[in-house]
Write a protein that binds this ligand. Structure first.
Ligand code: KG4
Ligand code: ZN
Length: 341
């Protein structure tokens, strides 16, 4: 291995995955270790912050060692260390940040702070080079946003959810259906076996903005299920999943297409855990090819849609180019919002 390559060791610990990656030249994944804690949280129906922190403490050093070993890289060969500093759970973030600081100090490496949501967008850079201006639809457990990027490091939120995030709605509805947390993937699978027979509302479709709302859909769903239970009516799970998913997808696709018609974009990136949804991906592909064939759609592979450190390394490459480094004073920012890099 030569020192001419830029090698970034990236750490992600904002929620319930401890992940360490090594990225070469901002786009090549040498390793992307992801230690998921999901089995520990399932029985609680959501992520328990204290449990998450404990797992991160146990995993972080092992993940760093595994990453270096798997990539066959020594600390001396690294260019920098990158870490997610927000948004996320404060205790979880602090563990990644402390590990990154200690590693950077021990090996005299620059420290790059990365916004988790910028990481989700830059996951696309691991698939192909980005062309600006571009639009990103960010759909995760905590966020649903349309982000316009005129250039690297510039983020303008042009629309966002007024209440629940799309992933949050999936998880809450999944709970009502008796599915395990997180339930996005299972609802997606059930939806493919059913039909949209319950016709849930399509919130904010007619409004002339790029915002979303999913709490009304969630309430309609819960009311329908509870009323049916009281009347001892049997509902068809597959059709419930298909009807819920059809409503989410139609709104996400329609508003995204409108945003891409309004802004002069060359590419559309779908990012975040919900971008792993097969129904959403297919519907977006069809809509783009029919209505905006000149725009290139990039959806990272499933392993890069969920939380992982490779995407943090890809975003860190841009931060490094822009000269954005941090001192050892770096703190977690649980409610970090987009700032232009
Ligand atoms: O980005 P992510 O891994 O973590 C956050 O930063 O939030 O997203 C997790 C969310 C969960 O709500 C999960 O249910 C949802 O992504 N999700 C999906 C699918 N896979 C994961 N939602 C819909 N369809 C999927 N296939
Ligand atoms: Zn995430």
């Amino acid at each position: 291995m030569t020192n001419t390559r830029e090698l970034i060791l990236a750490i992600e610990s904002s929620c319930d995955e401890t992940s360490v990656a090594i990225i070469a030249d901002g786009s090549q994944i040498l390793t992307n270790i992801v230690a998921s804690q999901i089995n520990s949280h399932k029985r609680f129906g959501g992520v328990v912050p204290e449990v998450a922190s404990r797992h991160h403490v146990e995993q972080i050093t092992l993940c760093i060692e595994d990453a270096l070993q798997e990539a066959k890289v020594t600390p001396a060969e690294l260019t920098a260390v990158a870490v997610t500093y927000g948004p996320g759970l404060v205790g979880s973030l602090l563990i990644g940040i402390s590990a990154a600081k200690a590693f950077a100090w021990a090996h005299q490496l620059p420290l790059i702070p990365v916004n988790h949501m910028a990481g989700h967008i830059y996951a696309a850079r691991l698939v192909k080079p980005l062309e600006f201006p571009l639009m990103a639809l960010l759909v995760s457990g905590g966020h649903t946003e349309l982000v316009y990027m005129s250039e690297d490091g510039s983020f303008e939120i042009i629309g966002e959810t007024r209440d629940d995030a799309a992933g949050e709605a999936y998880d809450k509805v999944g709970r009502v259906l008796g599915l395990t947390y997180p339930s996005g993937k299972e609802i997606d699978q059930l939806a493919h076996l059913g039909e949209d027979t319950y016709h849930f509302p399509r919130a904010m479709m007619k409004e002339d903005n790029f915002d979303f709302s999913f709490s009304g859909l969630k309430s309609s769903f819960i009311n329908l299920v509870h009323n049916a239970e009281q009347r001892e009516e049997v509902l068809i799970k597959e059709n419930l999943a298909a009807s819920f998913q059809a409503s989410v997808i139609e709104v996400l696709v329609e508003k995204t297409i409108r945003a891409c018609q309004t802004y002069p974009v060359k590419q559309l990136i779908m990012a975040g855990g919900v971008a792993a949804n097969i129904g959403l991906k297919t519907a977006m592909e069809v809509a783009i090819s029919k209505r905006l064939p000149e725009i290139e759609l990039i959806v990272p592979p499933i392993r890069l849609c969920g939380d992982n450190a490779a995407m943090i390394g890809a975003a860190a490459h841009v931060e490094l180019k822009l000269g954005h480094l941090s001192s050892y004073e770096l703190n977690a920012n649980p409610s970090l919002v987009f700032q232009t890099m």
